[in-house]
Design a protein around this ligand. Structure first.
Ligand SMILES: NC(=O)c1ccc[n+]([C@@H]2O[C@H](COP(=O)([O-])OP(=O)(O)OC[C@H]3O[C@@H](n4cnc5c(N)ncnc54)[C@H](O)[C@@H]3O)[C@@H](O)[C@H]2O)c1
Length: 340
């Protein structure tokens, strides 16, 4: 079976994707520098699949190490590139850190892929490229808006770098997957999201509040023009998201792509408000959540959810799991992590 490199494969979305790749029969090599993950994630992956992926602890910012890696693994058929820094607030404080980590790593990888007779490349992009879209649901043709943060900008620039490279390197096939809001954990509770420090995202903040690590969840604003006044996002179960990567990779490996650079939205197509997410959590956990409505947070867009037609019809993938499934798995994962 084809050998696939997964960068950032010990992270949240990467680890779930490694599981799906192994279950689909691929041989997986992970590169991760453990800057936002732990080597213990390998045990979780092995517990689920019965196979331990090859792991190379490499910082992709080290160009010479990337070159050496590709000399050693000269039979890589595809790369799924998750490795990046992702904290929006931190990127505002430390823009150069973000440009260096998210852009140089991409360039070094593409330079190596350019040398191969054929290469398939999947890039982790984000719905942040759309900003507050003029029309909902958001299609892939919606204009890319001025980025709200250096992090968001690295995704826009990353897409442009890949598109420009694909124009002149016909042996390179690439897909940028624009994720909406990934949540949840593997049903086995062997792997899940492990935020370091105070969670930046809603769902881990909810589960950490419920288990007593955080005192209270702040809901930023209930006076937005939405049915209950809180912001709306498209929460996608991480296992559905992981499966989409296998489908996208196979599209490229089997030359089913229509262009050598394509973009797809990955979302459920359904928007949920912050209060609806809290309600879903309370429903599946049977616990009341301590939350408080506070003022709006700067930079938050009002509403974003995906038009899933292109992913459903062209890519041939659709979500199978619900928000309740995601909240239950996230809650079980939180309980397991804290029981250790
Ligand atoms: N989680 C989300 O909400 C979300 C939404 C949209 C897009 N994305 C993108 O998806 C990708 C994966 O996100 P995630 O939530 O799994 O993040 P994560 O932080 O859990 O995983 C990223 C992994 O990459 C590793 N890494 C970072 N820099 C590296 C480097 N220089 N060399 C080697 N390894 C490095 C980290 O140690 C980590 O294990 C990222 O590119 C992120 O920007 C995430």
């Amino acid at each position: 079976m084809d050998k696939i490199l997964v960068t950032g494969g010990l992270g949240f979305i990467g680890s779930h994707t490694v599981v799906e790749l192994q279950e689909a029969g691929y041989e997986v090599v992970i590169i991760d520098d453990l800057s936002n993950s732990s080597e213990k994630v390998l045990d979780g992956i092995t517990a689920i699949t019965g196979k331990t992926p090859i792991f190379e602890k490499i910082d992709l910012k080290e160009k010479s190490l990337v070159e050496t890696f590709f000399k050693k693994h000269n039979d890589i058929k595809g790369v799924i590139h998750f490795a990046a820094s992702k904290a929006v607030g931190e990127s505002v404080q430390e823009p150069l850190l973000y440009y260096e980590n998210n852009i140089s790593t991409l360039v070094y990888l593409l330079k190596e892929l350019k040398k191969l007779p054929e290469a398939s490349f999947i890039f982790s992009s984000s719905c942040t490229v759309y900003g507050q879209a003029d029309e909902l649901p958001i299609t892939e043709n919606a204009p890319v808006k001025q980025a709200e943060s250096p992090y968001g900008n690295t995704k826009q620039i990353g897409e442009e770098i890949i598109r420009d490279t694909c124009k002149v390197v016909p042996s390179l096939k690439a897909i940028a997957l624009r994720y909406f809001n990934p949540v949840g954990a593997h049903a086995s509770t062997e792997i899940g999201e492990l935020p370091i420090g105070v969670p930046q995202n809603l769902v881990p903040f909810i589960t950490q509040t419920a288990i007593g690590i955080r005192e209270q969840l702040s809901v930023f604003g209930d006076d937005y023009p939405t049915p209950d006044g809180t912001c709306i996002r498209d929460y996608i179960h991480v296992v559905d998201l992981a499966k989409a990567h296998v489908v996208a990779l196979e599209r490229l490996l089997k030359n089913k792509n229509k262009d050598n650079y394509e973009t797809f939205n990955l979302g459920t197509g359904k928007g949920s408000s912050v209060l609806e997410v809290v309600e879903a959590f309370e429903r599946v956990s049977g616990k009341k959540l301590n939350y408080k409505i506070v003022g709006r947070r700067e930079g938050d867009i009002i509403s974003a959810y995906a038009d899933t037609n292109k992913a459903n019809n062209e890519l041939g993938w659709k979500t199978e799991l619900t928000l309740d499934d995601a909240m239950l798995s996230a809650w079980k994962w939180e309980q397991k992590v804290r029981s250790k």
